[in-house]
Write a protein that binds this ligand. Structure first.
Ligand code: 13P
Length: 213
């Protein structure tokens, strides 16, 4: 894919994120690994008017064209891509059900076998820290250990993946799981699948359409 096509693919994913209802306004941001660095959405820019040349090319040291303004969350995008060679794309959004659980400081437990898509038996909720800070980034990297997704307390969620398409697919899936968990909580205390069953599903998925790789 050419440079311009990669930049456009980020804008297309942003527009899709809002069309799918998993994000509102400009509260999300997206990055993809690019050479030794990353391409990331600019801050506070409506996706409808975002142009490929506004996507910021950043080094892993945070350097970028000073005329450009990267997403305020560039630290966690950069730090996740730095810490995780398996990750090629990072999606951050404020989907309603994920955010509702995150407001309550709740993780998503193994209420459904699809929790395994995020790499383990829970989707953790990272502790709260102010948006755009190194503290938030450190919490996010920790919550993502051995996982492809996490919630952020009082904030939203992050999904990652070996491609932007897979990170986007997982964002929709994690919001669906959050809705299902929220719905089941209305009926009582949801019974959980065992750690062993989630691990079995994870291995099973590797040879199925929900493969992570
Ligand atoms: P940006 O517009 O700077 O990407 O910030 C939105 C956001 O999600 C802050 O958490």
């Amino acid at each position: 894919m050419k440079d311009r096509d990669k930049r456009q693919s980020i804008i297309d994913a942003c527009l899709r994120m809002n069309a799918l209802g998993i994000n509102q306004g400009t509260s999300g941001n997206i990055s993809i690994r690019y050479g030794d660095g990353l391409l990331i959405t600019p801050t506070s820019t409506p996706y409808e008017t975002m142009r490929p040349e506004q996507i910021v090319h950043m080094g892993l040291d945070g350097s970028h064209d000073p005329a450009q303004r990267p997403s305020s969350e560039w630290r966690f995008h950069r730090d996740i891509l730095k810490a995780r060679p398996d990750v090629k794309a990072v999606v951050h959004a404020h989907p309603t059900y994920c955010t509702a659980l995150a407001i309550m400081g709740m993780e998503i437990p193994p209420v459904h076998y699809m929790v395994a898509c995020a790499g383990g038996d829970t989707i953790r909720c990272a502790p709260y820290a102010t948006f755009g800070t190194q503290e938030l980034s450190d919490h996010a990297v920790r919550a993502l250990e051995g996982r492809l997704a996490c919630l952020l307390a009082h904030h939203g969620m992050i999904t990652t993946g070996p491609s932007l398409a897979k990170a986007m697919w997982l964002a929709v899936e994690v919001e669906t799981l959050a809705r299902q968990y929220h719905a089941s909580l209305q009926l009582g205390k949801p019974p959980l699948l065992s750690k062993e069953e989630i691990e079995k599903v994870r291995v099973h998925m590797a040879g199925y359409g929900h493969a992570e790789g």
